[in-house]
Design a binder for this molecule. Structure first.
Ligand code: GDG
Length: 471
């Protein structure tokens, strides 16, 4: 027991994925590389100070990697079987919860075998967290893949503080109520002491679900569960703003941003979209609006849209259909309006290194972030952080968490194609002074509210929750 205690951790992160990718070294040996994401950037210092551990899935159906270290981080890799990848990950997570929580943009599928896999995988994650947590530890569980973990963990360890953060929206009750297992999901989440959501509206939706699905009383942002009170509040996530600003100022990145404009023929106007290829991101609506603008000539001669659509969830049917539709539409626009040496849309179904992303942000005149629904949308904040030159304008969907914060953006309803076209034209024609005024306001917000502040805000609030054993 004592040796187990010694290897336990006072801070435990539980997330669907590990913050590393398995790659093959030059000698054919497998290596782990940290995948640079905001979450790991924010939590790394906390993990190092507290000697924390990160529990997650390795990303493939191979055997569990178990405990290992990468770049000085303690990691525990759990496994999923081939069947669990299909039923838990591609099924319940990405074909049930994802469309349901994004306001049923795609039709969610409900299968009992998928739910059973979800319960089993959540149980495995909870058991690993219970094993790794030192007495009185803080455990931070992330996202919709692991909503049952808080309750399962509390049943084994009532001495730990449990926080949960939901990265995606929490839907209104009429939509959430479709879920056959709505009660179990709400009860699973209520195992936590603190539940964080992106926007206040998400927290409000959750509180309503507590009343309607479980019949609990709520007061302000508190749910009375009997033994304990649980708090549900908004903690809007952010990015490593200073890190991205610094990257964007690097000489090689600046040079690359110029090369990008040259490579696409030095057009007068460059529009940019950067998204995972996901139906929530509104790529088809955006292309429709842009295509019609090109048709009518309202953007002037030879505008160019660069659309990065990074490959995502490629084995899920709705994503395969979307890819076909996007590629057909890009083909139509280019076929109709292209000329030798000029294509109105440059479509890139690829992933790029961070440096290239920063260079693209700098090369753009207008950034188009037009999701139909998005918890936050970090791309919008990254664009703002990269624009140290205070140039460029941002067209942003009202249905993103980011819209609550970025008052300097040109807000659009992506379902309103005509309205979106007008706003895109406005953003493209903004005077440099107007663009700068708006960008400055957004940069202030993103600079002050970065991901470190987000993590500290959540963890400070969680640390104030009394746990059993506190005097
Ligand atoms: C979920 C929620 C919430 C994309 N392509 C490449 C690349 N990316 C990076 C972006 C950005 C991230 O991926 C995407 O983050 P988003 O926030 O835009 O969207 P989701 O993936 O849907 O994230 C969302 C987020 O969780 C955090 O809570 O904001 O609402 O849906 O950082 O830059 N990065 C690189 N190459 C690519 O090709 N290097």
């Amino acid at each position: 027991m004592s040796s187990q205690r010694e290897s336990q951790h006072s801070f435990v992160v539980v997330a669907g994925r590990l913050p590393v990718d398995r790659t093959e070294g030059p000698d054919g040996q497998q290596e782990w590389r940290t995948s640079p994401g905001g979450l790991v950037t924010a939590l790394e210092p906390v993990m190092r100070d507290a000697g924390g551990v990160w529990i997650g899935w390795s990303g493939d159906a191979g055997p569990a990697p178990g405990a290992f270290e990468a770049d000085g981080l303690h990691l525990i890799g759990l496994s999923l079987s081939e069947t669990e990848v299909r039923r838990f990950y591609e099924g319940f997570c990405n074909a049930t919860l994802w469309p349901l929580y994004h306001d049923v943009i795609a039709v969610p599928q409900f299968h009992r075998s998928w739910w059973e896999a979800y319960v089993a995988v959540n149980r495995r994650f909870a058991a690993a967290a219970a094993e790794q947590a030192a007495p009185g530890a803080t455990v931070w569980v992330h996202d919709y893949q692991l909503q049952l973990v808080p309750k399962m963990l509390r049943e084994q360890r009532d001495d730990v503080r449990i926080g949960f953060f939901n990265h995606i929206p929490f839907p209104g009750y009429e939509i959430f109520a479709q879920l056959p297992w709505r009660r179990q999901v709400v009860e699973g989440l209520l195992g936590a002491d603190l539940l964080g959501f992106q926007r206040r509206a998400d927290a409000t939706n959750f509180l309503r679900a507590c009343r309607r699905a479980v019949g609990l009383a709520t007061k302000g942002s508190t749910v009375r569960t009997g033994a304990r009170d649980v708090t549900a509040a908004a903690f809007p996530i952010s990015i490593d703003s200073a890190g991205l600003t610094e990257l964007a100022q690097r000489e090689d990145v600046l040079k690359r941003s110029k090369q990008i404009r040259e490579a696409i023929g030095e057009p007068r106007l460059v529009l940019l979209g950067v998204d995972r290829l996901d139906y929530t991101k509104g790529i088809l609506h955006r292309l429709r609006a842009y295509g019609e603008l090109v048709d009518s000539g309202r953007l002037g001669p030879q505008a160019v849209l660069v659309q990065v659509a990074s490959p995502s969830r490629e084995r899920v049917e709705a994503y395969q259909t979307l890819r076909d539709e996007v590629e057909a539409m890009v083909g139509r626009i280019n076929g109709q309006h292209g000329e030798l040496g000029y294509a109105p849309v440059h479509y890139l179904h690829q992933s790029f290194p961070r440096e290239e992303m920063a260079a693209m942000y700098l090369a753009a005149d207008v950034m188009l972030v037009t999701p139909l629904r998005d918890g936050m949308n970090l791309v919008a904040k990254e664009y703002v952080a990269a624009r140290y030159d205070e140039g460029g304008t941002l067209v942003l969907s009202e249905f993103t968490g980011a819209a609550d914060e970025l008052a300097g953006a040109y807000l659009v309803n992506p379902h309103d194609i005509e309205g979106m076209k007008n706003i895109i034209v406005q953003a493209a024609m903004a005077s440099p002074a107007e663009a700068r005024r708006r960008m400055r306001a957004m940069r202030r917000r993103v600079g002050e509210h970065d991901v470190a502040r987000w993590a500290a805000g959540f963890l400070d609030t969680l640390s104030q929750v009394p746990v059993s054993g506190d005097s």
